[in-house]
Design a protein around this ligand. Sequence first.
Ligand code: ABU
Length: 373
Amino acid sequence: MKTSSPVCSYNEWDPLEEVIVGTIDGVTAPVLTHDMKTFIRKDYWTFYQQYGGKPYPKELVQKAARALDNLQKVLEDEGVVVRRPDSVDYAHHVFKTPYFESAGFFNADVRDVLLVVGDEIIEAPMSQRCRYFEFLRYRTLIQEYFDKGSIWTAAPKPRMANSLYDWDYPEEDMAFFRGEGNVPDSVGPLNGRFITTEAEPCFDAADFTRFGRDILAQRSHVTNDLGIKWMQRHLGSDYRIHTVKFRDPGPIHMDATWVPIGEGRVLSCPDRPCISSDVLDMFKQGGWEIFYPPRGVAEAEFHMSSRWLSMNILMIDQERVVVEKSEEPTIRFFKEIGLKPILVDFKDHYIFGGGLHCATCDVRRRGTLQSYF
Ligand code: ABU
């Protein structure tokens, strides 16, 4: 690795020096297409039937923007350098490729778009048509990091032709949203069925969780096996990618499901336990302690996520954890296990699908590439 690179991060807990905090302006309500019904909770389908392809009500965006500014301030007060991406003014435009037509989404969840592995920034080849151009928001920043010495990779973007989606995916399965309540084994992902097919590689960066040389990857509605294979081949023999499965009827992103909080310590979402015995064995043999945090309680709207955004936290280092300030049971739980919660008023951002981890991307953590298993 070039030591001069401004980008360097191998895990989720080494001391954080620089981070990107997302920007929400330009966010557009996704059109409620068949595939997006796996992403948007059924309770809100009428909202998206009305607003799809249009700007969200201004007040919602302003409140979320304030939440992101709150996060910036809290991180800066803790000594972290915070960078913000570009605002976009083309988000509401309909764009057209040879394979599809869509309006944008352009939310602030940078964690879905960019994956940092060592000194490399990888732009994810996302699967949702409304997020096809989301990487553009980050290009100014990425190019600056590249000019200063980082490696910059754009994974091959899928064509997003109709063949990438399972158009017969049952709508009744979409009602079993991400890990809330009892779910029959016959439901889509539990039964091996996802909204994306294996027509071409795709992934969201948030379906990968970094533990040094070992990286967990989840086959989800937005990440397919080919995308995981692309990542393993791309990173080569320095890294081991482990595909992991959770008991989740609607898997999209791992960062409120299996969340490292330090070397040897990981949070497991009680509603979405890990069901990959090889991965569980790896954690047990490595001496890792598995913690089950309490359910989230924030009074917020969750259009595109579960209440488990409460555990979608950002580690500043192995002692300090950034937590939403109304998540009191989670805050108490962190204190009990010896962490120092750093509180931030962030719940007004939840409506757009992202917690504190989603809305950030580590640029640099002080540390080296290690094996923890
Ligand atoms: N993007 C994080 C989603 C987490 C959840 O729905 O629980």
